[in-house]
Structure formats: C-alpha cells, structure tokens
Design a protein. Structure first.
Length: 301
C-alpha cells in the first residue's frame, strides 16, 4: 500500500503560511501547542497527523488530531451522555470550583487535564485503562454519574520517512510506502472495547457506558467487521452501552492557509457491548470447498 502525508504538523503540505512553516521548523503540534508527540522508531519527531492512501480519502492516524477545536470531542460526548453542555473542568480542580459556583459541571480526568485516574493493575497490567473519564458533579459537588471515553485512530505500516524528508526540505509531497494497519480493528480495537464495556457496566455510577471516538474510515471498517451498521441494533444509553462517535474532515468549510481543516461529527451509533460481542464472534466463512477448488486450479489449469 502506498500513501502520501496529508497533514504535517497540523497543516496541509501546500500550506505556505507562516504558521505552517513555523510549526514544522520547531516541531510544534498546533493542537497541543507544544512539541509533537508522534515519533519514528529512532526517536525523530514525525509530525504526521494524517495519511492519504493513493486510492482513497485521507485518514487521521494521530489521536491528538481528534482533539482539535479545544477538545470538542469531549463536549460532544457530554452532550450525548448528559443532554446538555455542562462546563468541563480539570478533574482535580473541579470540586472546588463547583462548590464555589454551585453549578453542575464535568470533572475531566485524562492526559493534560485532570491527570489519569489511579486504577489498580489487573494481573500486572493496566489493561482496562481508558483515555478519558468524564464525571458529572451536581451543584453540591457530589458525583452523580460518569462515562468513559476511548479515542483511537489507526496504526500505520511501512515507512513514511522519505515523505517527512521531502516536506522538511521543500514542503513537497512524496509518495511513501506507509499504509494503514486495518488488522488492528479485529486484533486490538474491538477486543479492548468489548472487555472495557463489560467492565464498565458493573460500575454503579457509569450509567451511559463507554464512548468510542474514532475517524470515520476506522468506524466504517469496524462496522464492516461487525457485519454492517444495519445489523448492529441501536439501543438507548445504558450501563452496557458502547457508543461510536465518528469524525471526519469538514470539507464543506472554507479553510485559509494557516488554519487547520476543521473536523465534524459524521456519525453516532449506540448499541450494547453484548451486541458488539455477538457480531464480533459471528465469523463469516468462505464458500465450502474453497481449498479444493484452489488446489484443482493450481494443478490442472
């Protein structure tokens, strides 16, 4: 599989603005407003936010890219889960602020916000950690409920170092051997969602389950693996819920040089962990005699 780098340190390769050039020169992520965290195997800062396979549209491959617009994905989850846009406050500061104002708010626990929650390790590993926990506090500062949020993009295969070099030297797009590791949908992403979804439904205060945020192409592959969106029955939010939120580039919005392409929420699908597990285990087999037919073709054709 071949691809080109679609976004470099947040901006399109053809963006010749001061903002785009400065971000690349100092390895700055315009979303985090700090050094890019994505690195190659030798430690070199990559700056690759998204790739465009030669035969399809661009795909976000860095989770940080989904945090654009001041973590709008978290606001979207709050709206879906709690019905209105409560203020988001860093977890460790939330209680004092709520008590001072008397206004219900969301305590956010996650990277660069309120810090990650300290969960006990399971058999020596932290296999049930989630990216974000959004805890709703009432006006008295009491915990009413919470939801968990996982944010995933897609891992890459191959190599895009030559594409990085071309962008660093002349801001040119060059075809790379990098591809997208779609096998991880079955091997890693779905098994994790099923396990964490089952764990969270046992939590007394987790009344709306797990929210999974991903790029639209990843969502499409997940639905294909589960037999199609139409077969994955929709359910109202409940402790056993898994809610998929798909995001893509908003090409309907005019973007000037020096600006990031905005993202849009392109799909929401809420079901249950049991329906996901049932669909995941329902393997579609090839037609019978597929091996025999292949042998005969190889021998006698």
């Amino acid at each position: 599989m071949a691809s080109t780098i679609y976004e470099f340190f947040g901006y399109r390769p053809e963006d010749g603005s001061l903002q785009a050039n400065e971000a690349a020169a100092v390895y700055n992520c315009p979303i985090l407003k700090s050094t890019c965290e994505k690195r190659l195997s030798d430690g070199k800062i990559a700056g690759v936010c998204s790739l465009k396979p030669i035969k399809s549209g661009p795909v976000i491959c860095c989770p940080i890219r989904l945090y654009a617009d001041d973590y709008k994905i978290l606001t979207d989850v709050v709206s879906q889960a709690f019905g209105e846009d409560f203020p988001l406050l860093p977890g460790r500061e939330a209680l004092a602020k709520v008590k001072a104002t008397g206004k219900p708010s969301i305590a956010v626990f996650g990277k660069k916000w309120g810090g990650e929650l300290r969960l006990p390790k399971r058999s020596g590993s932290g296999g049930y950690f989630v990216d974000w926990v959004l805890a709703k506090l009432n006006g008295s500062g009491e915990l009413e409920e919470f939801v968990a949020v996982e944010v995933q993009t897609i891992d890459t295969t191959g190599n895009y170092r030559n594409g990085i070099n071309a962008l660093e030297n002349n801001r040119l797009q060059e075809k790379t051997t990098a591809g997208l590791n779609w096998e991880n949908v079955s091997k890693r992403i779905l098994p994790q969602l099923i396990y964490k979804g089952q764990l969270l439904q046992r939590e007394e205060f987790c009344k709306k389950g797990l929210f999974f945020v991903c790029p639209e192409p990843v969502y499409t592959r997940i639905m294909e693996r589960l037999g199609g969106e139409s077969g994955l029955v929709k359910y109202a939010l409940q402790p056993a819920s898994i809610s998929f939120l798909a995001y893509n580039f908003d090409f309907s919005t005019s973007t000037e040089h020096g600006q990031l392409i905005p993202l849009k929420l392109s799909g929401v699908h809420s079901t249950t962990v049991y329906k996901v597990q049932e669909a995941f285990n329902n393997v579609s087999l090839e037609a019978e005699s597929v091996y025999k037919d292949a042998i005969i073709k190889a021998l006698y054709s």
